[in-house]
Design a protein around this ligand. Structure first.
Ligand code: KIV
Ligand code: ZN
Length: 501
């Protein structure tokens, strides 16, 4: 069997999705799930980018054991030093260094000659090697680079000690045929390439990232860079769940290939990432979208009832949808709850954390008839989203006076309770006005998004807000079976993040 390594960059390129902003705790929660799912390499961030990124990479490096943990670094000494510092305690550290190679980047961005770039590759890969054995080199915008020059660049990187060569389709420009030809060409022409991993990193600007990655596998790529739900810069990256399921489902084509991914974790991890990032997969998204296994037409429903294979090429259970029939309710005990956590891939939790989540679950079960998988995932994400902030909601009440909604709110500020009231256009507006009044502060509400986590009228709502103050933007999240409460919690969560920075 040929193993295809899965390199997940949700926490680095995925975090470059506009408006996505995760804190270190949230990143660690995602990283632990990626590890549990069998991801080979986790790109934990870009350590030099900010103190927050450094902390997140460090925390993940210290807590992940099975997967290799990497940080991105430009081909710059300082970046490599900071990445190495953040990865110091990693069991399996990798430094991922890159420099652009295409004519347009050479001329306008780097203002460097071909020779100068080759020199940099030698120096910086060698420098990265002085910290770790495992060094990945990326030629940014490789697919728009002259292919003869690309051969020189990669040979230089191999000579300097690179163990993985990454071929990024940075602007999502190539088609599958071209990608196949390019990887084949590199395999045939780069000396020493047989001793290293060949990786591709495809963007989705033309909607071809998955197709390009699959073509690259056929041509000999051994590592695919991808993200959960296809998150990433602009139109995003190759979607991890799609590549993994293509390799698994099309055994007629990929009989000699395998990945180490436990596909039953795909749906829970996708949900976890959408809840934490606030970016919901579109309903018709392959594998993880709400409609991916829904059969609407009568003809299809009839066919599926007679034999699921009439219209289903994969079983929903294979990707972790309806993992088991264990639906929890208010009579469910701790044992069933722990079993459910484990079925969803949350296995590494400390006892006091499980205890805390169990008591949250009990509160939820009092409000909802059935507690579904999505609810449990949302309890875990709600917990990861909690930030030790100054503010928390104590009490709220919405009434109407002369048909105008009025909110009375009590929040605790550093444990001291303060109350206020205000009117608004609607209950949420009134509540936000009351919070502002109590704090004697104001924030621009740039975005407000309400989603229901599951179906039914007793479903939990998740609210995501983007708050702006003095040029800084912060995301806030809140969830509850009560829409107004979820909205206030999201607002307070955003303010806590803002005040913390
Ligand atoms: O898209 C890209 O080129 C990248 C590299 C830094 C790997 O993200
Ligand atoms: Zn990228």
């Amino acid at each position: 069997m040929k193993k295809i390594k899965i390199f997940d960059t949700t926490l680095r390129d995925g975090e470059q999705t506009p408006r996505v902003n995760l804190n270190a705790e949230e990143k660690l929660r995602i990283a632990k799930q990626l590890e549990a799912m069998g991801v080979d390499i986790i790109e934990a961030g870009f350590a030099v980018a900010s103190l927050g990124d450094f902390e997140a990479v460090k925390m993940i490096a210290e807590n992940v054991e099975k997967s290799t943990v990497t940080s991105l670094a430009r081909a710059v000494k300082k970046d490599i030093e900071v990445a190495a510092g953040a990865l110091k305690k990693a069991k399996k550290p990798r430094i991922h260094t890159f420099i652009a190679t295409s004519p347009i980047h050479r001329e306008y961005k780097l203002k460097m000659t071909k020779e100068e770039i080759l020199k940099k590759v030698t120096e910086m890969v060698t420098y990265a090697k002085s910290f770790v054995d495992d060094v990945e080199f990326s030629a940014e915008d490789a697919t728009r680079t002259e292919k003869e020059y690309l051969v020189e660049v990669y040979e230089t990187a191999i000579k300097a000690g690179a163990t993985t060569l990454n071929v990024p389709d940075t602007v999502g420009y190539r088609t599958p045929d071209e990608m196949y030809e390019l990887i084949k060409y590199l395999k045939e022409n780069v000396k020493g390439i047989e001793n290293v991993d060949i990786s591709v990193h495809c963007h989705d600007d033309l909607g071809l990232s998955v197709a390009n990655s699959i073509a690259a596998i056929k041509a000999g790529a051994t590592q695919i860079e991808c993200t959960i739900n296809g998150l990433g810069e602009r139109a995003g990256n190759t979607s991890l769940e799609e590549v993994v399921m293509i390799v698994k489902t099309r055994k007629d084509i990929f009989d000699e290939y395998e990945t180490a991914i436990d596909t039953k974790q795909l749906y829970p991890v996708s949900k976890l990432v959408s809840l934490l990032t606030g970016v919901t997969a579109q309903p018709n998204k392959a594998i993880v979208g709400a409609n991916a296994f829904a059969h609407e037409s009568g003809i299809h429903q009839h066919g599926v009832l007679a034999n699921p294979e009439t219209y289903e090429i994969m079983k929903p259970e294979t990707v972790g949808r309806n993992t088991d029939s264990l639906v929890l309710g208010k009579l469910s005990g701790k044992h069933a709850f722990v079993q459910k956590l484990s079925a969803l891939g949350f296995e590494d939790m400390a006892d006091d954390k499980v205890e805390e989540l169990f008591s949250e679950f009990k509160k939820l079960a009092d409000k909802k008839k059935y507690v579904l998988d999505e609810d449990i995932i949302s309890l875990v994400t709600g917990d990861a989203a909690k930030i030790e902030g100054k503010l928390s909601l104590e009490h709220f009440e919405i009434t109407r006076k002369d048909k105008k909604p009025k909110a009375e709110i009590t929040i605790s500020i550093n444990k001291e309770k303060k109350s206020g009231e205000a009117f608004g256009d609607g209950p949420v507006d009134a509540a936000y006005n009351a919070v502002n009044k109590i704090l004697n502060d104001s924030f621009v509400l740039e975005e407000y998004k309400l989603d229901s986590i599951t179906g039914d009228t007793d479903a939990q709502a998740q609210v995501v807000v983007i708050l702006e103050k003095e040029g800084k933007r912060f995301m806030g999240r809140g969830q509850s079976t009560d829409i107004v409460e979820a909205s206030i919690n999201a607002y307070i969560n955003g303010i806590n993040r803002l005040y913390k920075n």
